[in-house]
Design a protein around this ligand. Structure first.
Ligand code: DQA
Length: 146
């Protein structure tokens, strides 16, 4: 059977704590739960998921470059708080040719003003936010269509 096109799903700081972290904001679904949901949907779409999480900005930069170099079809990225601070992630996204889709569980625009700026969103193909764990599923469907 031919290899399925790969979608990298990158998760930034504190997302390893999903399930117990501020459940009123982020819900009780864990990152492993999300990985399972994405893998099931990816199978239906004929895609493969490579899901990763790091609390370190440089790892996310490396993985964006790796996704492009390895011929992945797209990157979904929830950069956590680096969304609002990281010019390095902005530049990494600008520097690759594959589409990068920004994902958030919450809607940062409806929260504190320091979350209203997204350096990642300025470089991304598009952004999906505010739908909890379903944001990832919607982003995967978007990646399959572009
Ligand atoms: C988040 C939103 C960010 O503002 C926050 O720092 C996170 C999670 C989200 O998925 O809603 O860590 O990216």
């Amino acid at each position: 059977m031919a290899d399925r096109p790969v979608i990298f799903v990158l998760n930034g700081p504190n997302l390893n704590l999903l399930g117990t972290r501020e459940p009123d904001v982020y819900g009780t679904t864990t990152l492993d739960d999300i990985a399972g949901m994405l893998e099931d949907r990816a199978l239906e779409l004929g895609l493969e998921i490579d899901m990763r999480q790091s609390n370190h900005e440089g790892h996310l930069v490396d993985w964006i470059q790796e996704a492009d170099a390895s011929g992945a079809k797209a990157v979904l990225i929830n950069p956590g708080a680096y969304t609002h601070t990281s010019i390095a992630l902005h530049d990494a996204i600008k520097g690759v040719s594959i589409p990068v889709i920004e994902v958030h569980l919450s809607n940062p625009h409806a929260r504190e003003s320091f979350r209203h700026v997204s350096y990642v969103g300025r470089a991304a193909k598009g952004s999906i936010m505010g739908f909890g764990a379903q944001s990832y599923m919607l982003a995967l469907d978007a990646a399959a269509r572009i």
